[in-house]
Ligand binder design. Structure first.
Ligand SMILES: Cc1cc2nc3c(=O)[nH]c(=O)nc-3n(C[C@H](O)[C@H](O)[C@H](O)COP(=O)(O)OP(=O)(O)OC[C@H]3O[C@@H](n4cnc5c(N)ncnc54)[C@H](O)[C@@H]3O)c2cc1C
Length: 334
């Protein structure tokens, strides 16, 4: 196996995040020589955190400008680390920070990049990566002859590396003369009041447009719908997903669930999260939505309509029932 550089940026608290530790575990599993390349305002704490991982070198680009996500500084840091290590294979977690920068770095190095990789394997000493195409409908296994080859590994595909912290000796890699036109002045969080997207949750709870439609009494019950959904999310520590119809409603002036934003959308034009279980409510189960459930293996749905899409082989269990009634009872039991 060719030598590998594991690129990681340090989080705001100075440590390495879970995606970086997952990428590290994937790199170590290949059996080759692994060097760490760290970027951050300071990198010592992060290096110490993974000192026992068996990496042969710890290279670091540090300083105040590298503490913030910014294309110019991140690209310069990553390029310098790749050149300093000379590793033909570079693996990094597909965080938004790296995903934005590393294709450009591959270009600067005259190498290649593959994004959205979901598994990495070594077959006869050759690296092969898997990724999905066409919204997770087809899976391909790729190898490449060009070097350096940068691979961005999606989060949640590998168990994160863990081990005792120790003292690591970091070799400082200089990065000179980066011109920046971007100043980071602060962070604005999305307007959703409460964090409803929890990638590590065991359960994905999906709400569909039915929650905001007229019910048997001829009235809309959006406020109760919101209370039932939020009550369930808090009690079950589930992650909240929505159908496109529901997340679009706010833009159309209809009754809305305030907990729902476009970030919650699951499906072809939304997200494809990885939760072991899923529960769909008031959602019809149409293919453009269900394609986002590719990695949710145990599925249940609640719908008034016995002929909804979930009944057609898309869920393991369909409860033909009123979701208001079902969730009231479920919340009571929880
Ligand atoms: C190119 C393209 C891309 C798309 N991408 C996506 C995507 O990424 N994600 C996505 O979700 N959709 C996507 N869609 C839209 C998708 O096809 C559907 O229109 C959408 O998923 C429907 O949302 P829904 O099931 O919530 O709403 P509806 O179809 O309105 O279904 C509401 C359901 O609620 C049920 N219901 C109502 N009241 C109750 C109750 N009290 N108890 C139980 N059930 C009840 C009804 O029986 C009904 O089945 C896409 C479409 C296209 C053309």
């Amino acid at each position: 196996m060719e030598p590998i550089l594991l690129l990681a940026h340090v989080e705001a608290d100075g440590t390495l995040g879970k995606p970086a530790l997952e990428a590290l575990a994937a790199a170590l599993a290949l059996g080759g020589e692994v060097s760490m390349g760290l970027v951050g305002a300071t990198v010592e704490a992060a290096a110490n955190q993974v000192a026992g991982c068996g990496a042969v070198r710890f290279l670091g680009v540090s300083g105040e400008p590298f503490g913030q996500a910014r294309y110019a500084t991140d690209a310069a840091a990553a390029e310098a680390l790749c050149r300093a290590s000379g590793a033909p294979l570079v693996i990094a977690a597909a965080t938004s920070r790296w995903a934005r920068v590393l294709p450009g770095v591959a270009y600067r190095l005259g190498g290649r990049v593959d994004t959205h990789v979901t598994s990495i394997a070594a077959a006869d000493g050759t690296l092969a990566v898997s990724r999905w195409f066409y919204r997770q409908r087809m899976e391909a296994v790729l190898t490449r002859a060009e070097r350096p080859w940068i691979v961005l590994l999606e989060a949640g595909c590998v168990a994160a590396w863990s081990g005792p912290a120790d003292a690591a000796a970091v070799e400082a890699v200089p990065v000179g003369g980066v011109e920046t036109r971007t100043t980071v002045t602060g962070i604005e969080a999305p307007k959703a009041g409460e964090q409803t997207i929890r990638p590590d949750a065991k359960l994905l709870f999906v709400a569909g447009a039915g929650w905001t439609k007229k019910q048997a009494d001829g009235a809309v019950h959006a406020a109760e719908a919101e209370a039932l959904i939020m009550g369930f999310l808090r009690a079950a520590k589930a992650s909240l997903g929505g159908s496109k119809s529901l997340v679009d409603l706010s833009g159309e002036g209809e009754a809305v669930l305030h907990c729902m934003t476009h970030l919650n959308q699951i499906g072809q034009t939304g997200a494809t999260p990885r939760h072991p279980k899923g529960l769909s409510t008031c959602c019809h189960g149409e293919e453009p939505h269900v394609v986002g459930w590719r990695f949710v293996t145990e599925r249940r749905a609640v719908n008034l309509d016995a002929n909804c899409g979930w009944a057609r082989g898309k869920a393991d269990v369909l409860y033909v029932a009123d979701a208001f009634e079902v969730m009231r009872q479920v919340n009571r039991l929880l």
